[in-house]
Ligand binder design. Sequence first.
Ligand code: ZN
Length: 410
Amino acid sequence: MGKRGKKNGKRNSILVALLLVFFAAGIGGQSGKNDQQEPVGSQQSVFFEVSEGETQEASAEISTVMPTESAVEAEQAASDEEESLTASETAVQEPALQTLSVEEIPAYTGEPAIEINGNVPNFTDKEYTTEAFEKYSPLDELGRCGTAYACVGEEIMPTEERGAIGMVKPSGWHTVKYDFVDGKYLFNRCHLIAYQLSGENSNTENLITGTRYLNVEGMLPYENQVADYVHDTGKHVLYRVTPLFEGDNLVASGVEIEAASVEDQGKSLSFHVYCYNVQPGVEIDYATGESKLSDDSALNGDNTAEKNSNASGSDDSSKTQAADLQKEEDSSANSTAKTAAVVAMNSSEEDDSSENAEVQDYVLNKNTKKFHYPWCSSADDIKKKNRKDFTGTRDEVIAQGYVPCKRCNP
Ligand SMILES: [Zn+2]
């Protein structure tokens, strides 16, 4: 705990304190009478022990079972406890579980991603390694992806031109277009670990059926954070992506992403988020991947629900920006959904090849007609008047007449 970011640590401590109170209330009579006047802080240590899988006595002093930094935070959390308890939205955050289930995730309320577990990833100290690796889970009996896990470093980032992925059909795949969806296609073949991070392109164990919204609004900002950090520092990031399926559904409800910079154990970069596999304006049957326009009432109903599940402690500006983006997208979806023609397509080869790439941020040079990843040093050299930032698929860039840079091989 002590090595994680302070802010996260404190948030987590508050969360843990809350949980502990519920936990303690639940077991009621089991706790001895002596415990009555003990500070909450010592009860917290119980929870830490439970969550870390240790077995020390419940009465152990905090300072003996926690690193100093955490102990201080725990005391702060204890003193904040009264207020925290009355702020009911705090309780929506998730406990420090190793695996999440869809049932634990708050309903989508208009933000493409939410922090979970106080934004603290579940990596244990011994997982931190500077040796880059990638691990993918075998598909399950329904053909679904599992957790993808990597230590991202420049040594595994892409060096070759990417190939086509149009032949991969992830579980629940449907080729379907909606006029109001950016890029038209509802579903992208969505990399769990982005191509820009792993160089893994057509690996079936790394591709799920994900909405354009999940790909661009949900996952991409986090992928870019990781890519930028690794390219800027030459260091490593532990990065784990887990698609969450409800029951036997073929389409994931969303994707859990955990990341932490390795060399400083999360001080520079650390997050734990859940990205919703939704598309505003579209109703998806997650069991099969079928979809239809959502009727306006349902759309409006969802958005006006005052859930504010993320109000607790979300103080970063990127989230605010994401929320603003979402508002724009919602309003455009609302206005166009009424008249949008749904074009359900048979998955012909033509359609597949026109969407066989992942959505990325690119930098275009209008003068040389070359395009780059944003981190490419050549991209930095482009004159302002020639530079165009573009988010979309590689095919879309090429369709505009651009050729990939030889240095960054986008
Ligand atoms: Zn380049």
